[in-house]
Design a protein around this ligand. Structure first.
Ligand SMILES: Nc1ncnc2c1ncn2[C@@H]1O[C@H](COP(=O)(O)OP(=O)(O)OP(=O)(O)O)[C@@H](O)[C@H]1O
Ligand SMILES: [Mg+2]
Length: 367
C-alpha cells in the first residue's frame, strides 16, 4: 500500500502542488523553513485527520486561506486504487471523503492509510506520560486485531458510567454491578489483545534494535493497568473507597503502560539522545513488520529530519532497515548529500527539493 499521488492545497507555506511519490523511498530536502515538515504534516492529515504539530488544525491552514485540502490516491495491497480527501475550513468544517463518499470517522482513514511518524517529538514515547505509550500500543493492536475497536468502545462506555457513578452516585447498586461486569469483560478482552500483541512485537523489536544499535539488556515489558495476579473485579472492589474519593477509576486497561528498561534503570533516564531515537525507530519499524504480517497492507513511514542526532553508521543502519521494510517512506533532511547514497540499486528513490513552499522533483530512480 502506498500513495501514488498527493495533492496539497493551502497547508502552511506550501504552494498548491501535486506530487507522484515513489512507492518506496522519498527524500524531501531543503533549507530550514522551506516546507518539508509541512508536506509530512499534509500526509499525516490525510491518514489521521489531525496534525502532529498543533493540537488544533487552524494553524495548519495557510494564512488568508479559507480552507486547506489534501487528496491522495492510494494503491492498495491488492492493487486497487482508493482515493482519500480531507479538508478543513477555517470556520471549523471538517470533511473526510473516501472513494467519493463522506466518511463516518477518522478511524476509517487510519484503516486505509496506516501511518508511522518518527520525528523529534518521538522521544516522548520513552520519556513522556503512559498515555503516549498506550497510544503506540493500541495503534498496533488496532491494525492487527479487528475485534479490538469494539472492545475498546465498550470499555470507554462502561468507564464513563462508573466514573459518573463514583462522582454522583446516581445509579442503583444492581445496575452499577452490571456495568462493572461489562467493564471487567471488556478489560479482560483488551488485555488479551494487548498481551498477544506485545508477545508478537517483542522478538521483532529485539531483532530490529540489534540491527540498529548495540544496547545489551534493553527490555520491553507490558503492564496491564492492574495487579497481574488479581482479577480486576477484586481490585475494583478493594479500591472503591479510593476511587470514590478521587472521582475516577484507578485501575484497569486505561492505566496500562509499556516499560522500557536497561538493567535496573528506566531507559529514558540513561540513554543518549541518539540511542533514544534508535530505540523509538526500532519500536516503530517493528510495528510496521507486524502490520505487514497481519496482511492489512503496509504502513507509510514519515521520518522527519532523519539524520539529526545520528552518526553516519547509525544513519545508514536506519536507512537500511527502512528500505528492508518494503514500505513507502517519506524522509526529510536539510542536506540531501547525507541520504543520496547507500540505497540498493533496485530500490526506487525519488528526491524532491523543497524551496520557499515549492516542491520540485529532482531525481526519480525509476526513470
Ligand atoms: N499557517 C501558515 N501559513 C503560512 N505559512 C506558515 C503557516 N504555518 C507555518 N508557516 C511557515 O511555513 C514554513 C515551513 O515550515 P516547515 O516546518 O514545513 O519547514 P521545514 O522545511 O520543515 O524546516 P526545518 O528544516 O527547519 O524543519 C515556515 O517558514 C513557517 O513559518
Ligand atoms: Mg522541519
Amino acid at each position: 500500500m502506498s500513495l501514488s499521488r498527493v495533492t496539497v492545497t493551502a497547508v502552511r507555506n506550501l504552494h498548491p502542488v501535486t506530487i507522484s511519490p515513489s512507492p518506496r523511498i522519498n527524500i524531501l530536502h531543503g533549507a530550514n523553513g522551506s516546507g518539508k515538515t509541512s508536506l509530512l504534516e499534509a500526509i499525516h492529515l490525510l491518514g489521521l485527520a489531525r496534525s502532529f504539530r498543533s493540537a488544533r488544525l487552524l494553524p495548519v491552514i495557510q494564512y488568508e486561506q479559507p480552507v486547506c485540502t489534501v487528496f491522495g490516491q492510494v494503491q492498495l495491497a491488492d492493487g486497487r486504487l482508493s482515493s482519500l480527501g480531507v479538508s478543513r475550513e477555517r470556520q471549523g468544517e471538517f470533511q473526510i471523503r473516501i472513494d467519493g463518499q463522506n466518511a463516518r470517522s477518522a478511524a476509517q482513514l487510519a484503516e486505509t492509510l496506516p501511518l508511522q511518524l518518527i520525528n523529534p517529538d518521538s522521544f516522548r514515547l520513552l520519556e513522556g506520560a503512559p498515555k503516549i505509550r498506550r497510544q503506540f500500543l493500541d495503534w498496533g493492536v488496532f491494525h492487527v486485531e479487528p475485534r479490538f475497536m469494539s472492545a475498546w468502545q465498550r470499555l470507554q462506555k462502561a468507564l464513563r458510567q462508573r466514573n459518573s457513578w463514583l462522582r454522583h452516585g446516581t445509579l442503583d447498586a444492581a445496575s452499577q454491578a452490571a456495568w462493572d461486569r461489562e467493564l471487567c469483560l471488556a478489560s479482560d478482552e483488551i488485555d488479551t489483545y494487548r498481551r498477544a500483541y506485545i508477545q508478537a512485537l517483542k522478538p521483532v523489536f529485539e531483532k530490529t534494535l540489534s540491527e540498529l544499535v548495540e544496547l545489551e539488556g534493553l527490555t520491553l515489558s507490558y503492564y496491564r493497568g492492574w495487579d497481574k495476579d488479581r482479577e480486576l473485579q477484586e481490585v475494583l472492589a478493594t479500591s472503591l473507597p479510593r476511587d470514590q474519593q478521587m472521582g475516577h477509576t484507578q485501575s484497569g486497561p486505561q492505566r496500562a503502560d509499556l516499560r522500557l528498561r536497561l538493567g535496573a534503570h528506566n531507559a529514558a533516564d540513561i540513554l543518549s539522545r541518539g540511542q533514544q531515537k534508535l530505540v523509538v525507530c526500532a519500536l516503530r519499524i517493528a510495528q510496521g513488520h507486524l502490520v505487514e504480517k497481519a496482511k492489512r497492507g503496509q504502513c507509510i513511514y514519515l521520518v522527519d529530519d532523519l539524520p539529526s542526532e545520528l552518526d553516519e553508521h547509525h544513519r545508514r543502519a536506519l536507512c537500511r532497515l527502512l528500505e528492508d521494510l518494503n514500505c513507502q517512506v517519506f524522509i526529510t533532511c536539510v542536506d540531501h548529500e547525507l541520504l543520496r547514497e547507500g540505497w540498493r540499486t533496485e530500490t526506487p528513490v525519488a528526491m524532491f527539493h523543497v524551496e520557499h513552499g515549492s516542491i520540485t522533483q529532482t531525481h526519480d530512480h525509476q526513470e
